[in-house]
Design a protein around this ligand. Structure first.
Ligand code: CA
Length: 382
């Protein structure tokens, strides 16, 4: 089965209400999608993760100019061979960021295609599902004005709870004092015995402030403390791990097994968070999961993309072994972003759904989704 075409779609839509995380204001949602077609008439969909401040055109240009010419005519089922080919031929200008997100999009599409060819879900091709349902946690708590929003954020916590979430991640990094105020208000509003909380500062602080915040929040029994410092500063990651009881999480801005090697050998994290749309796709995520397992690190994938990235993440979540085995081990969670995403829910026929507090992992072929191409045309910019 040969690759006959690679089509790239840049999607953008402005947000009616811009929101902030600690690194800036998000004014629009965007996505870089890719459709790979085989000479047997099958198609596979992939997505390059585009974070809130990232122009989707970068990964699209990499796919068009650097990857596509190396893919046409190749065996579409050679997922591992093609990953290495794409990585090695872009190494000198790639290795991180949007170049690896571009490779991720192609890799996800090839796995989807392989699933359609073999008529199996991707998780089956990867060795089977440890679980067919996953507990989601709500990601939200973005800012609409900046500071002093604790009352509104506490109301948001009630909304997530009423929608069936039993875990939620609070966006912090707006100044330690403001962060503490937000956490006090939220934990006074909801029952933190029933709702598990985690925090994410998106690397807003240096070591001292990160430590100060971690210590101030120790009483809340947080499930994890995400991106406390910049991803380059592995020494501070390690020091925070040594000096705080809360598990330290990170990795959404790290890429490929090569990047994760540095994270693991520094002893930087308790929880690794590869994003399937930017860590190098399913092939790289599979290898990162094995490395994490061997290093005693748990894996909780980062997920913020469109419905295609969510679907790829669900397939991956099925295949993650628990790192610390017991009768009742801690299972990986699905990051369920609750921020505004106008085209996410219209992009596939059966979007992500919470039922009795859980999300079911699709068992159809490939990623188990049907893409609505009319929606793509509606938001397409290229
Ligand atoms: Ca994050």
């Amino acid at each position: 089965m040969k690759i006959s075409s690679v089509d790239i779609f840049i999607l953008k839509t402005p947000l009616a209400e811009p929101f902030a995380f600690s690194q800036g204001w998000v004014h629009r949602r965007s996505a870089t999608l890719v459709k790979v077609t085989s000479d047997t008439g099958l198609t596979g969909w992939g997505e390059a993760f585009t974070q809130g401040l990232e122009p989707p055109e970068i990964a699209a240009a990499v796919i068009e100019h650097a990857l596509k010419p190396r893919l046409i005519g190749e065996n579409a089922l050679d997922t591992s061979v093609l990953w290495h080919k794409l990585y090695h031929t872009t190494r000198d200008y790639g290795r991180k960021g949007s170049v690896i997100a571009a490779i991720s999009a192609i890799d996800i599409a090839l796995w989807d295609l392989a699933g359609h060819h073999y008529q199996k879900p991707v998780y089956q091709l990867l060795g089977g599902a440890f679980r067919n349902q996953v507990q989601p946690y709500a990601t939200g708590f973005y800012r609409l004005t900046g500071k002093n929003e604790s009352a509104r954020l506490a109301e948001e916590a009630i909304r997530h709870r009423d929608n069936g979430f039993t875990a939620m991640k609070i966006k912090l990094g707006f100044g330690v004092k403001d962060d503490i105020e937000v956490m006090e208000k939220i934990s006074a509003t909801i029952d933190t015995q029933a709702i598990e909380l985690m925090i994410d500062t998106n690397h807003a602080y240096g070591y001292r402030e990160a430590l100060q915040l971690g210590r101030a929040l120790e009483a809340y029994n947080l499930r994890w403390y995400e991106e406390p410092v910049v991803p380059e500063d592995l020494t501070s990651y390690r020091k925070l791990r040594d000096n705080l009881d809360v598990p330290i999480a990170g990795g959404e801005n790290e890429h490929t097994p090569f990047g994760y090697q540095a994270l693991f050998s520094a002893g930087a994290v308790d929880i690794a968070q590869p994003d399937v749309g930017s860590c190098g796709g399913i092939t790289a995520a599979r290898d990162i999961i094995a490395m994490a397992h061997a290093n005693g690190v748990a894996v909780n994938p980062h997920v913020w993309g469109s419905a295609i990235a969510q679907a790829a993440s669900l397939q991956l979540l099925a295949t993650i072994p628990v790192t610390h085995h017991s009768l009742f081990p801690q299972q990986p969670l699905l990051e369920f972003d609750c921020s505004s995403h106008p085209f996410r829910n219209q992009l596939i026929t059966h979007p992500l759904k919470l039922e009795n507090g859980m999300v079911t992992i699709p068992d159809g072929n490939g990623l188990g989704i049907s893409v609505v191409e009319d929606t793509i045309e509606q938001y397409r910019c290229n």
